[in-house]
Design a protein around this ligand. Sequence first.
Ligand SMILES: [Zn+2]
Length: 89
Amino acid sequence: MTLVTLQRQAPVAQDAVRCRLCDDLIAGQLQDDLLVGQPGTAQVQAVACERCGTTVTRLVELCGSRLDILIRDESRVPRTRKRLPQTRA
Ligand SMILES: [Zn+2]
């Protein structure tokens, strides 16, 4: 299992321009860092905006910190078309 640590309100790094999660511009003086690895050896894997950081925080508050995430993308599942009833004139 991959351990991800969300470091909230870290100082903005010079090379951090966009949020890795939503691709929005990172403006201001603070950012959120996603660190991967065990505490003490974890490294910044991605930079997130404060809004995405808040979303991740709320997800963990809702589900707890021990969670696995399975992503199902309904837009990629082929849909069967419903046939409309035929009307006779
Ligand atoms: Zn974002």
